[in-house]
Design a protein around this ligand. Sequence first.
Ligand code: FMN
Length: 355
Amino acid sequence: MSSNPLLAPLTLGALELNNRIVMAPMTRNRASAEGVPTDLMVQHYADRAQAGLIVAEGTWPSAAGQAYSRQPGITTPEQIAGWKKVTTAVHKQGGKIILQVMHSGRIGSHKIKPSGVETVAPSAIAARGKIYTDQHGMQPFDTPRELTTAEVKSVIEEYRQAALNALEAGFDGVEFHGTSGYLPMQFLCCETNQRSDEYGGTVEKRARFAAKCIEAMVSVLGSGRVGLRINPGNSFNDAHDEDSAGSHIELLRQIKSLNLAYLHIMRSPLPEIDAFKLAREHFSGPLILNDNFDPEIAGQALRGNMGQAVSFARHFIANPDLVNRITKSLPLAAFDRKTLYTPGIKGYNDYEKAI
Ligand SMILES: Cc1cc2nc3c(=O)[nH]c(=O)nc-3n(C[C@H](O)[C@H](O)[C@H](O)COP(=O)(O)O)c2cc1C
């Protein structure tokens, strides 16, 4: 029996993990142009099935929610069938895999969406910056159309349907993507949410969209199969909030009674926010800690009871056998930044296992 706490089994809600090494979600743009998971993805995730839990990459619940070219969706029968191949391959290796559901809101360009699909957001405020598209190269972010109140409720239904589709695709659960300036954060942050209906104005109303989406997913999967990912203070994709810690605390207050399977908490980029402490104080379930951990620091964090599991993103890119390497204290390989988002096998499925 190893004394490395990363290798101890763990229960997260209804999920029984073989170890506490979680593969963090990573957008790698290897789906088809229509967002259908490919055989490359089947191999990629199967190769990493030793992880106690894989959180599969941010995946759109509706065409309007697609941010990136070759980013997968979970809406069409073809997408569900593609994901089914992924989950079957991971389960065959004894792994667990859940899907990160991600609606990008204003982070996108209509040029990568099917014709007639608009970019939508809480308010008609464009994000500063550009986004890469396969067809037209770099494009400025669209100025989004403001969702009507009825449409906000429809988007919440899209999350519910995405959870049902994930179940049909064989996933063990879903993770709600609440970070990185995508739609839920656009509702949460005061700068991007200028609404005056029940989804904007006070912090309670700004947090409501995310809470209602999570509630909708729990209604179909049960709380033990739904997790939440947050990153207080994150300003990626032009997301700004005058009191990010306070907004996240309000969100955690609203979802408290749901008893989610876990909270996936990232370190805050703001020195004044201790995100792990905030999570421990305002969330009573298990924590998956993330951001810039190496195996040794991760082990120390678990020994110190900072959380129950640690997720690794970048280390999993070039080390498909990361769990084996940690178990045997083998050196970790470095990944190639240039092939992170390029189509094809290179930099995706050609990293070797150590032994
Ligand atoms: C290539 C790449 C793609 C990513 N895609 C996502 C994503 O789809 N969803 C998400 O929540 N985070 C995403 N992230 C963030 C990672 O999950 C993780 O939080 C970050 O890389 C820090 O963890 P690390 O230090 O172990 O790499 C991505 C990171 C990388 C490097």
